[in-house]
Design a protein around this ligand. Sequence first.
Ligand SMILES: Cc1cc2nc3c(=O)[nH]c(=O)nc-3n(C[C@H](O)[C@H](O)[C@H](O)COP(=O)(O)OP(=O)(O)OC[C@H]3O[C@@H](n4cnc5c(N)ncnc54)[C@H](O)[C@@H]3O)c2cc1C
Length: 360
Amino acid sequence: MFDVAIVGGGPAGASCAVFCAGAGLRTLILEREKFPREKVCGDCLNPACWPLLRRLELAEQVRSLPHGKLARVEFIGIGGRRLRVELPAGDEAEIAIKRSLLDQLILDRARALGTTVFESTTVTTLASPDPRTDHWKISAGEQTFRARALVAADGRNSTVARLCGLLPSGGRERIALQTHLPLPPQFGNRVVLEFRPEGYSGQAPVSGDELNLCLVSVPGRMASLRKWAEGRFQISSSHSWRTITPLTRAPISAGQESLFLIGDAARVVEPFTGEGIYYALASAELAAKAISLQRGGGNAGDVAVSYSSAHAQLYHGRLWINRLARAAVLSPRIASAFLGIARFQPSLLRFLTAKIAGTP
Ligand SMILES: Cc1cc2nc3c(=O)[nH]c(=O)nc-3n(C[C@H](O)[C@H](O)[C@H](O)COP(=O)(O)OP(=O)(O)OC[C@H]3O[C@@H](n4cnc5c(N)ncnc54)[C@H](O)[C@@H]3O)c2cc1C
């Protein structure tokens, strides 16, 4: 019997395990993949992550892994118009780091603190607590696990949310492709957000010799965006890309009785803002506190309500940035026109970038 079972060992699940195991809870992670693994992501670590990485006692180790330093954002409009905005400098600046490295590091820390980790283990069925059994029964193939609290940290297509009837049905959605490539010469310390008629592309150096390349578009126009990227970065047409959808999804109330949704499982943010990992770490910390409270004798219903409200507060005041970013990227022509205006009002773009790349 575990105090808490966490489904998904990405940044949300693994950091929740670090906080739970650190608080003395018997903690289990069930993860579908075998780490290290890559994942569709721009690999950019928002500066707001640093205080959380310090509390995870991982900040120094993250700095010592290969990463790209990001000194500025360069926006490129459809017509090729460029606009540069400087990013905060210093020890806690924005960096880009491969998810194979970051996610493995956090998972290893969770293990070192006593978390039991099962990799290559896909959760397929759940039985929720009932008056006779005050615990969850979680099944992955032939294996069954028991836990007093359950955490859904299994990403935007959360199996836990689906099995609990909480996953909103998706409409027609955009898709993203992602890959790593040799770093083009003289790419520089910048993250590039390039608008195209079909969608947009994000580019960031993840080390001295590798580039992260993401493409975002609607399904019907992705082939054309991909063709553009193949020409631009000399990629073979047989190159294999990672892919994910949806990019937008209605949020789910994060606290249910003895069930805590964290990271993308609870709410997804526009990739363009590069904030998803921050929210994964921050919601993981909130959930771990709530679970400790419940294990200490707190009423499960009250704990769920207060976790939901703390979770909503995390996003409060920042959702407008997301809406703005989404509006911009859903209409790359408007975004390009905005860049034209922002050239004469650079303080506006500087303000928006500082909002995204600053500490919330
Ligand atoms: C195109 C794109 C670009 C992005 N760029 C950035 C960026 O630059 N910076 C940033 O901060 N954020 C970015 N994001 C968002 C970021 O990738 C996510 O917010 C982040 O990965 C969320 O972490 P998570 O731990 O909640 O979920 P995930 O990282 O998705 O981890 C979920 C884990 O659950 C596991 N899992 C799933 N189902 C099961 C199951 N049934 N059983 C067991 N395990 C399961 C998966 O294998 C996975 O390891 C981007 C997203 C996209 C789509």
